[in-house]
Design a protein around this ligand. Structure first.
Ligand code: URA
Length: 211
């Protein structure tokens, strides 16, 4: 497993506004999309491409095209949905599947409540979108699920990570073909497993509170 923290002043700036508790939902949504597009630029560095023959108005030449099947993008509902637009803006031909996962706030275990993915992911490159890597439980379950379906490589794009969740994933996925791309690794988790300093509940900040 590899971890990549995207070190760029625009990423740091947009993340600072996201963290601010006074940033309203519409601005939060817009900034999340912009931030994901910047992270996706790094996360797709090894996207599979192949040579393609084309003709310019001047001459024949060899260019670069995405290999088919194109990458599969999987936002983890609910909060990952807020990242989808930012990702598909960069890779408009990507296929999109959905995984609905939530954490039980008492046990902190991840439960899968919805799934809409191709049955066979053999050999596929998959990009998972989940804004908050806190305990790592949700991502661990999502990654296991996608490998069981045959995925060859998984790149997870997160806004923030906690050292606790990252070290669990690093232990369990040491030899797996997984890359985690983040805007920041924060200090720690608090007693309710929220990331500190964090940005609060990403789903609530994107979409309002659901009880
Ligand atoms: N999920 C969130 O939305 N925020 C956190 O800080 C941790 C998990």
């Amino acid at each position: 497993m590899r971890v990549l923290v995207v070190d760029h002043p625009l990423v740091a700036h947009k993340l600072t506004v996201l963290r601010d508790k006074d940033t309203p939902s519409p601005v939060f949504r817009q900034l999340t999309e912009e931030l994901v597009t910047l992270l996706a630029y790094e996360a797709t560095r090894n996207v599979r491409v192949e040579p393609v023959n084309i003709e310019t108005p001047v001459t024949a030449t060899v260019g670069t095209g995405l290999v088919k099947p194109t990458p599969l993008v999987v936002p983890i509902l609910r909060a990952g949905l807020g990242m989808l637009e930012g990702m598909t803006r960069l890779v408009p031909t990507a296929e999109v599947g959905f995984l609905g996962m939530a954490r039980n706030e008492e046990t902190l275990e991840a439960i899968t409540y919805a799934e809409r993915l191709p049955d066979d992911l053999t050999g596929r490159q998959v990009f998972v979108l989940d804004p908050m890597l806190a305990t790592g439980g949700t991502l661990r379950e999502a990654i296991k699920f996608l490998f069981q379906r045959g995925a060859a490589e998984i790149v997870c794009i997160c806004l923030l990570g906690a050292p606790e969740g990252l070290s669990i994933l690093e232990k369990e996925l040491a030899d797996a073909n997984v890359t985690i791309v983040l805007a920041s690794i924060d200090e720690r988790l608090d007693e309710k497993a929220y990331i500190v300093p964090g940005l609060g509940d990403a789903g609530d900040r994107l979409y309002g509170v659901v009880n």
